[in-house]
Design a protein around this ligand. Structure first.
Ligand code: IYR
Length: 221
């Protein structure tokens, strides 16, 4: 039986045009400083900061409000070591045999290789899982636009972690199924990606990348 719609008043904060302009500029500057970091410090970070960021990720819109995501927060050193060992085994195979030359050439400016020391150095890993369907006591239930929904939630997560003052790295070991086994997750969940979060290593450097200017990413009609 379909649920009766129930509506509540929207909590909306209205700003003046000047305030909106300033807020949009300030947020843009803050996000402009975000960089993907591959060189982390092993300094600890309080779990509550990660929990708050994951709570923010959970505010993302989703298909039919099914919220088809699970965030696995990994801080346990043994679990991180198992993840690193399995990820490096897959990545070694990928970098040495599976990835075509064009792909390797495209990654060359980023300086990546199969070694993933951040998986044990970082205080926290967040494995983002996408629930392809819901396993309910009454059987399987559908989820909608799962990739889109989990992608948006992951964007919120990265923005929240950056806003909190943490460096992040999105990592997609390929194939990623080993993570579901190590983390003991159910069949209906698929690994979406892994986010490493922590402080950058002292003297950390990042690739000298240029972002496309607005004129190249915006079309006004
Ligand atoms: N999954 C590998 C390779 C990799 C692929 C892309 I596309 C990147 O932007 C970065 C890395 C890895 O994590 O090294």
């Amino acid at each position: 039986m379909p649920a009766e719609p129930k509506f509540v008043p929207l909590q909306f904060l209205e700003y003046t045009h000047d305030e909106m302009l300033l807020r949009s500029q300030e947020f843009q500057s803050e996000m402009e400083r975000r960089r993907t970091v591959r060189d982390f410090a092993d300094r600890p970070v309080k779990e509550e900061i990660l929990r708050n960021a994951i709570k923010t990720a959970g505010t993302a819109p989703s298909g039919a409000h099914k919220q088809p995501w699970t965030f696995i927060l990994v801080g346990n050193p043994e679990t991180k070591a198992r993840i690193r060992q399995a990820a490096e085994a897959e990545e070694k195979e990928s970098y040495e045999r599976r990835m075509p030359q064009e792909w390797l050439d495209d990654l060359a400016p980023l300086g990546t290789d199969w070694r993933k020391p951040f998986l044990t150095i970082c205080p926290w890993l967040i494995v983002v899982m996408a629930q392809t369907y819901a396993a309910t006591p009454r059987g399987l239930a559908k989820h909608y636009y799962v990739q889109e929904s989990v992608g948006i939630a992951t964007g919120f997560l990265l923005a929240a972690l950056h806003h909190a003052g943490l460096a992040t790295l999105t990592h997609t070991p390929s194939p990623m199924a080993f993570l579901r086994d190590i983390l003991g997750r159910p069949e209906e969940e698929r690994v979406f990606l892994l986010v490493a979060a922590g402080y950058p290593a002292p003297g950390c450097e990042v690739p000298d990348l240029v972002r496309k200017p607005l004129e190249r990413i915006l079309v006004v009609r």
